[in-house]
Design a protein around this ligand. Structure first.
Ligand code: SF4
Ligand code: SF4
Length: 406
């Protein structure tokens, strides 16, 4: 009797990359959705080209030369390609594994990233940098640094004032069978988007959830996407321990950029964007009218990872009189892309210009975006172009308009 040979699961990183790359049928349907292909028009800067490079590196058919690495390093990790792929290629996983195989990218500003991953240090820097004198000093210093310096990009992106935090209203005693939700504050978001986190807690509590806030630390995305797998795994372990201690049934974040990394660390946990949970109980919430034209920018991670842009729009449309204009997307990424705006500031600025031009067509009074990195990156471009739209997280606007019954 003959037996079918059982297919062995790949057990080395190289085999895993090879198996992921083999899923690609090279149809090219992803190319028009790729922002870097749009920038350079080169196959090597496309998803299909990068998959071929990754496969060649994993099989030892190519050396990780600087030129080949650069094509991988330029990838924004936006996952527009993964969203449209008919062969269901797990491009995000392939990119993470390939970067781990060839090691951290050359342009990685390690000192700066260490600061960004430490909420305590970041809070101090935001306070110092936010004072009026220091804000002027920051801009002067930034102007003296080379155009491709990550520190220049960081100094130009840091907001002029540290984010204001409103006190969270005390929670009325939730019903005994209320679902317990743990809010993951993250690192940069816990300081620069603290207002959005307070807003998420207000909205979730109004919708009947019991909410606990976890300690602030990095989810590991910065290391995972930068090829520092050991550091990313250590943070994944911390996330697991913190989650276990919370005794919650859902883990949420207000930053869709953290979602993918948290889901990778906690594959059996319900990890969601806070907006999805609030939207699922929209019938319990009422909002005060607001006659304002707002542009809703949809970050790549909102569309391709959280996949909850519909829920977010449903929530915002519940604000009477709000004129909601969704900024057209494909094939764009604003260029922020996690640490990309620091590693390749000139490329990031070119991508930002397209997004700002699209926002301008909507002529908004305000800009909404769920990703603090996108908001700060876009705001830095607004100043340079003389376009000034106040910006905030969509949940912050919703919490301000929430009608709290007496
Ligand atoms: S759409 Fe999918 S299968 Fe087609 S080239 Fe892109 S990654 Fe490969
Ligand atoms: S993740 Fe984005 S930038 Fe990278 S290959 Fe896919 S579409 Fe292009």
């Amino acid at each position: 009797m003959t037996r079918m040979a059982l297919e062995k699961p790949p057990n080395t990183r190289e085999q895993k990359i090879g198996a992921l790359a083999d899923q690609c049928v090279q149809c090219g349907l992803c190319l028009p959705t790729c922002p870097t292909y749009g920038l350079d028009g080169s196959e090597a800067e496309s998803p299909r080209g990068r998959i071929a490079i990754a496969a060649a590196l994993a099989r030892g058919d190519a050396e990780p030369t600087e030129a080949l690495r650069l094509h991988l390093d330029h990838c924004l990790g936006c996952l527009n390609c993964e969203r449209v792929c008919p062969a269901n290629v797990k491009y995000g996983e392939l990119l993470v594994e390939t970067r781990a195989l060839i090691g951290p990218i050359k342009h990685r500003p390690r000192g700066l990233l260490t600061l960004l991953k430490q909420p305590t240090l970041l809070r101090l820097a935001a306070r110092l940098g936010g004072s009026a004198g220091m804000a002027r000093w920051r801009q002067r210093l930034a102007a003296r640094l080379p155009a491709d310096s990550p520190w220049r990009a960081a100094l130009q992106t840091l907001p002029d004032a540290a984010a204001a935090v409103r006190p969270t209203p005390a929670q009325e005693t939730p019903s005994p069978d209320a679902v317990t939700v743990a809010l993951f504050p993250g690192c940069v978001a816990s300081i620069e988007d603290a207002d959005a986190e307070e807003a998420a807690m207000t909205l979730m509590r109004a919708a009947g959830y019991r909410v606990v806030r976890l300690p602030a630390f990095c989810c590991g995305a910065i290391d995972l996407h930068g090829g520092e797998m050991d550091a990313a795994e250590a943070l994944a372990e911390r996330a697991k321990e913190t989650w276990k201690a919370s005794r919650a049934t859902h883990l949420v974040t207000v930053t869709p950029g953290c979602l993918g990394t948290l889901r990778r660390a906690l594959p059996n946990v319900a990890v969601d964007d806070a907006a999805s949970l609030v939207a699922s109980r929209i019938g319990q919430l009422r909002f005060r009218p607001l006659a304002r034209r707002v542009a809703l920018h949809l970050p790549c991670t909102q569309v391709n990872v959280a996949r909850n842009e519909g829920a977010l729009q449903t929530l915002l449309r519940a604000i009477p009189e709000l004129d909601l204009q969704v900024v057209p997307r494909a094939p764009y990424c604003c260029g922020a892309a996690g640490t990309h705006m620091l590693e390749f500031p000139e490329r990031a600025a070119r991508l930002r210009e397209t997004t700002l031009a699209q926002i301008a067509t909507v002529a908004p009074q305000q800009l909404l975006s769920s990703n603090i990195g996108c908001r700060l990156h876009l705001a830095a471009g607004m100043d340079a172009e003389g376009r000034h739209w106040p910006h905030m997280h969509p949940l912050s606007l919703l919490a301000r308009q929430l009608e709290i019954s007496p």
